[in-house]
Write a protein that binds this ligand. Structure first.
Ligand code: URP
Ligand code: ZN
Ligand code: ZN
Length: 458
């Protein structure tokens, strides 16, 4: 059995921070302490480095059919890029096709992932057509280890469900102990604003932003929270971006309801001024759109207030040529942003190194909270005896520059081109194997496993 000894690292979890050693045997951690030794073990000197749980990104879209094309990272390229950035597990979204079963979508997504993933992965089930047949399948999906059900309150005609379906789905998911998540924006209002802008010949990427004002997200977030409160299901809002939406979550706490919140790295570090660049604005066309500086401040504060629980990516890359599908009409630009590789280093540099968040909070929002919320804990999301040895080793002082020339994502531009970051992830372990070291991938496609998830324990 392979054995690895990590020596003298600063081991940070969501609730501890101490210099010690970690001994790994096979796929798991077997000992944590001072002055450990193990005959025959590969020793990695971690002096001056941080050792943290491998990242869990609960919001990615790999090879997703969307807006007439497919997101450009496959399970192979996407999970490999994730590993290079310290993310050892991703949770992707299966999309039910309207009129079809959940099972057939599960099979389709499994077909793309099985044998191809480099890193570990799991699935959420996006319910786009809740009907008596779908209702029957909820318990089957929970038995398959898919315990979270995604809803879209936008993208009418393709993915959106109405409030009647939302109530029915929440009632059924509640029965089986699952979680309901939402892309919480008001689809009808957005579609109306898009139509108005197009009719007025307002077609540049800026109008993508102006078609999704803050109120569209605040209204849907409040509605989603209200319906969840009525049904009693645990609610989770994906990619929350703005003050108005977070205030709806704050309001829910006043009736002692807990609505879990994910934001994404881009909403913390990029803002809507990027849409003013007509030539490059398509790179930032995602839904919801980037917001204002005041929203960034709200989100950073929300992390420290415990209202924002998770920082994901909503990784949904498209090649520049795909983005050009909308060169004459913003509504045809495939929505999505590539970030799977840079979430942790961006958050470390912009969050920990600037003093906005502590290293422990960093671990909580990049790994532990997602593991607890989505039923992966304590196998993943922490550093403890018996846990999977999914670990990252980070040099907190090392500077590096992001570029499309050097990233591993299958996309030909970077939304962060030229950004200089402080803090570099040098080595990544996945289930006891060195997966990435000094910029090189050490494991092959097929090593990544489908991870069945349990119920929320947050
Ligand atoms: O722009 C985005 N977010 N694209 C992916 C689909 C979604 O809404 O999450
Ligand atoms: Zn979404
Ligand atoms: Zn998404």
């Amino acid at each position: 059995m392979n054995s690895i000894l990590l020596k003298n690292g600063r081991v940070v979890t969501a609730d501890s921070d101490a210099v010690c050693d970690i001994l790994i045997e096979g796929e798991t951690i077997v000992s944590i302490g001072r002055n450990l030794s193990a005959e025959g073990a590969q020793v990695i000197d971690c002096t001056g480095k941080l050792i943290m749980p491998g990242g869990i990104d609960p919001h990615v879209h790999l090879e997703m059919p969307f807006m007439g094309t497919f997101s450009s990272d496959t399970y192979e390229t996407g999970t490999r890029a994730a590993l290079h950035g310290g993310t050892t597990t991703v949770i992707d979204f299966i999309l039910q096709k309207q009129g079809n079963s959940l099972r057939s979508a599960f099979e389709e997504w499994s077909g793309r992932a099985t044998g191809n993933a480099v890193g570990d992965y799991s699935f959420h089930m996006a319910v786009t057509d809740f009907n008596p047949g779908t209702k029957e399948e909820i318990k089957d999906m929970v038995a398959e280890g898919i315990t979270s059900f995604k809803t879209f309150m936008a993208y009418k005609g393709a993915l959106m469900i109405d409030d009647a379906q939302m109530v029915g789905l929440m009632q059924e998911v509640k029965k089986h102990g699952g979680l309901v998540t939402a892309h919480a924006t008001n689809g009808d209002m957005i579609d109306t604003l898009i139509a108005q802008h197009r009719a007025q010949g307002k077609l540049t990427p800026l109008y993508h932003y102006l078609s999704q004002p803050e109120v569209t997200e605040a209204e849907a977030s409040g509605r989603f929270a209200d319906i969840a409160n009525y049904t009693g299901v645990q609610a989770y809002i994906v990619h929350l971006t703005c003050e108005g939406a977070l205030n709806q979550v704050r309001r829910a706490t006043e009736r002692n309801q807990r609505v879990l919140v994910e934001t994404c790295i881009q909403y913390l570090v990029l803002d809507a001024s990027l849409y003013e660049d007509e030539a490059n604005g398509a790179k930032y066309v995602m839904s919801p759109p980037l917001r204002e500086k005041k929203d960034q401040a709200t989100l950073w504060a929300g992390i420290n207030q415990g209202l924002v629980n998770v920082v994901g990516t909503d990784h949904c890359p498209f090649m520049w040529e795909q983005k050009l599908m909308g060169k004459d009409d913003f509504s045809k630009i495939p929505n999505g942003h590539p970030a799977i590789e840079h979430r942790l280093e961006l958050l470390f540099s912009e969050g920990v190194n600037t003093g906005r968040i502590t290293p422990q909070k960093f671990v909580a929002v990049t790994s532990t909270n997602a593991a607890k919320i989505f039923g992966l804990f304590p196998r993943k999301g922490t550093i403890s005896i018996g846990a999977d040895a999914d670990l990252l080793i980070l040099d907190p002082e090392k500077k590096h520059t992001i570029s499309a020339d050097t990233h591993h994502m299958n996309v030909d531009y970077s939304a962060y081109e030229g950004w200089e970051l402080t803090g570099k992830i040098e080595t990544v372990l996945l289930r006891g194997k060195v997966a990435v070291d000094a910029g090189e991938t050490k494991i092959a496609k097929g090593y990544g496993q489908f991870i069945k998830r349990g119920k929320t324990a947050f």
